[in-house]
Design a protein around this ligand. Structure first.
Ligand code: CS2
Ligand code: MG
Length: 402
C-alpha cells in the first residue's frame, strides 16, 4: 500500500477546523484532526510545507516508523504546532490501518475494556441562577458528570461562561480580546457556587471545575481545601504546569482530585506529575499530543501510577478527534472520563460520525476505522476566518494566564 496524496481541509462551520486527509493507492483514505485553536494556519503550513511532501510514496501501514521519522527527523522536537501536525498524520494512518483490516479502531488497539464511555459536558452561566439552570439542562440531557463554571461578581467576563445561548467558544475575535481577572473575587465566590449546586443536586452528580491556569500553587491548595466538602470529580488546570513540581505543594494540602494536561503535547510535559502522583487525571489529547501512537505511551505510563485518562474534548476539538478519542477510551484500561462539548449544526452536516451518546455515556460505533468522515464539498462552504484566544490581565494590568 502507498500514500499517493494528502491534503489539508480548512473549514469554519461556526469555528475553524483543520482536517487532514491521506489517500492510498488502494482507494482507502484516512482522516485526522489538525485543529489548534487560534494557531490553525501554523499547523496547515507545517503539514503542507514540511510533512506532506515526505509522506508521499510511503507505506501507510508503517505507522510507528512514520511517527519516529517525523518526530526525530524534525530535529526541532515537541511543541503544540509540530505535535498537532504529527497527530493528524498519526490518526489518519490508524484510520487507514483499521479500514484495511475492516475493523473498528478500538479492536486494533486491543478490544474494548468497558461497555460504555463516561462523558462530561459544560454547564455555565453569568450568575448562580443561570448556572444552576444550565446544570439542570445538562442533567436532563442525561449527563452524569458536569463541568460547572459560573460568572464571578465583579469580574466582567469569566473564563468558561458562554455569550448568550451559544456553546462556550473562547476564540472570540480576529485579534486577542482582553479580559480582566481577580483571583480574590474568584476564590471567595467559587465555594458558594458548588455549595449551591450540591444543595440542589445532591451528591450523585459528578462535578468538575476548570480553574484554567489562574492560580498560584498555594491559592490552588486553598481552593482545593475549600472545595473538599463538595467532593469534586476533579479540579482542572489549577496552575500553569511548565513547572510540574508546583503540583507537589497543591497535593500536600488537599484531597480534591487534580487534572491537568490539555495544553501538553508530549510525555515529557507530564512525566514528573505522573510518576510523583501529583495528579489524578491526565488530559493530554490525541489531537495535540502526537496522536494515538504517543498518547498510548502516556496512558500506559500513567497506569503505573494510578493516573487515569480524562481527554480534553472542547468545541475546538473536531468530531474527528472525538471519534478517535472514543475508540481509545473504549480500549484504554486506565480510563477516567471523556470531555464532550456539542458542535454547531453546520458541523453536524460536514462531519459524519459513528459514535453515539446515550444516558451520559458514549460508544464509538462499529464502523471500520474511527468512524468519522468529512464532506469536503460542504466544508468549502465555510471559509477560514482568523479567530484568536483572549489575553488576560489582573485588575492592576499585570499580564496574567488566560
Ligand atoms: C477548556 C477549553 O474544555 C476545557 O477544559 O480548557 O475550553 C479551552 O479553553 C479551549 O480548548 C481553548 O481553545
Ligand atoms: Mg480545560
Amino acid at each position: 500500500m502507498k500514500i499517493i496524496d494528502a491534503r489539508v481541509i480548512v473549514s469554519c462551520p461556526g469555528r475553524n477546523f483543520v482536517t487532514l486527509k491521506i489517500v492510498t493507492d488502494q482507494g482507502i483514505y484516512g482522516i485526522g484532526d489538525a485543529t489548534l485553536n487560534g494557531r490553525e494556519k501554523a499547523v496547515v503550513s507545517y503539514l503542507e510545507d514540511y510533512l506532506i511532501p515526505v509522506l508521499i510514496g510511503r507505506d501507510p501501514q508503517r505507522i510507528e516508523d512514520i511517527w519516529q521519522y517525523i518526530y526525530r527527523g524534525a530535529y526541532w522536537r515537541r511543541g503544540p504546532i509540530g505535535m498537532t501536525a504529527l497527530a493528524a498524520i498519526d490518526v489518519a494512518l490508524w484510520d487507514i490501518k483499521a479500514k484495511a483490516a475492516n475493523m473498528p479502531l478500538y479492536q486494533l488497539l486491543g478490544g474494548r475494556s468497558r461497555d460504555r464511555i463516561l462523558s462530561y459536558t459544560h454547564a455555565n452561566g453569568r450568575d448562580l441562577d443561570s448556572t444552576l439552570e444550565a446544570v439542570r439542562k445538562a442533567k436532563e440531557q442525561g449527563y452524569k458528570a458536569i463541568r460547572v463554571q459560573c460568572g464571578i461578581p465583579g469580574i466582567a467576563k469569566t473564563y468558561g461562561v458562554a455569550k448568550g445561548d451559544h456553546n462556550y467558544e473562547p476564540a472570540d475575535a480576529d485579534l486577542p480580546s482582553e479580559e480582566s481577572w481577580s483571583t480574590e473575587k474568584y476564590l471567595n465566590y467559587i465555594p458558594e457556587v458548588f455549595a449551591a449546586v450540591r444543595k440542589e443536586f445532591g451528591s450523585e452528580l459528578h462535578l468538575l471545575h476548570d480553574v484554567h491556569h489562574r492560580l498560584t500553587p498555594i491559592e490552588a491548595a486553598r481552593l482545593g481545601k475549600d472545595l473538599e466538602p463538595f467532593r469534586l470529580f476533579w479540579m482542572e488546570d489549577a496552575v500553569p504546569a511548565e513547572n510540574q513540581e508546583a503540583f507537589k505543594l497543591i497535593r500536600q494540602h488537599t484531597t480534591t482530585p487534580l487534572a491537568v494536561g490539555e495544553v501538553f503535547n508530549s510525555i515529557h510535559d507530564c512525566r514528573e506529575l505522573i510518576q510523583n502522583q501529583w495528579i489524578d487525571y491526565i488530559r493530554s489529547t490525541i489531537v495535540h499530543a502526537g496522536g494515538i501512537t504517543h498518547v498510548r505511551r502516556i496512558a500506559d505510563f500513567a497506569a503505573l501510577y494510578h493516573v487515569r485518562t480524562g481527554f480534553h474534548g472542547a468545541t475546538d476539538l473536531s468530531p474527528v478527534c472525538m471519534g478517535a478519542a472514543l475508540h481509545f477510551d473504549y480500549w484504554v484500561p486506565n480510563f477516567g472520563i471523556q470531555e464532550h462539548m456539542p458542535h454547531s449544526p453546520q458541523m453536524e452536516e460536514i462531519f459524519t460520525r459513528a459514535y453515539r451518546f446515550e444516558d451520559g455515556h458514549f460508544t464509538p460505533g462499529e464502523t471500520p476505522g474511527h468512524g468519522v468522515d468529512i464532506n469536503e464539498e460542504l466544508a468549502k462552504k465555510y471559509p477560514y476566518k482568523r479567530a484568536s484566544l483572549p489575553v488576560n490581565r489582573l485588575e492592576d494590568g499585570t499580564l496574567w494566564h488566560w
